[in-house]
Design a binder for this molecule. Sequence first.
Ligand code: T5A
Length: 209
Amino acid sequence: MSGPRRGRLVTIEGGEGAGKTTLQGGLERLARSGGREVVTCREPGGTHLGERLREALLGHDAEPPDRVAELLVFTAARAQLVSEVVRPALDRGAIVICDRYIDSTIAYQHHGRGIARADVDAANAVATGGLLPDLTVLLDLPPYEGLRRVGRVGDYLEREPLDFHRRVRAGYLAEAEQHPARWLVLDAVQPPEALAEAAWERIAALPAA
Ligand code: T5A
């Protein structure tokens, strides 16, 4: 279960090419200028095991996996990241900014793939020990625009039909609507600087640890 912590966990979510990595960089600069320890990470990845799992799943020669295997690989990488990186950083009082987290699994594996919500929630809970973000920033963008930004023939997920990406987007928006206290939804067509400032305003307003 989630215990008391001194730091803050901020996650960034959205579809392909929505600008998550760019926003993470902007937030990192803003947080560091305020003198806080900042730890950034990405999913899947962020640990030796996680990066190997990422390569196995999303490497260019990787075949689309069974959907349950896909769920379990994403959450296995998450378990390693939480225990090795995220919890220790939160215990030190750092701001952890993670590019994708539990809500990617809810959006892609539940809303996108159709895996039962209870199974996705169970896998997320086991992987994280119930550790929820303090704030989740959703970069909302029409899928065709995000895929155009990415501009590459990418991994098997990027090659999913547009309908899949539309379900992912709708799923994210539904999650955000249900839990407005944890979510900040930003229109990702805005310039990167405006997005970073809007997200930073919410992070700075999080209750003190
Ligand atoms: N996945 C992941 C699951 O299915 N379940 C899970 O549980 C998890 C954790 C990860 C894949 O795995 C899936 C989801 C994904 O399909 P990934 O390679 O990490 O794959 O892919 P993305 O997370 O989509 O990362 P990308 O790098 O493709 O996109 P970003 O990070 O959203 O976008 P970014 O910042 O790299 O920007 C893309 C381009 O747009 C420009 C940038 O300069 C860049 O060229 N850009 C902007 N242009 C205009 N305006 C802005 N505001 C812009 N911001 C960035």
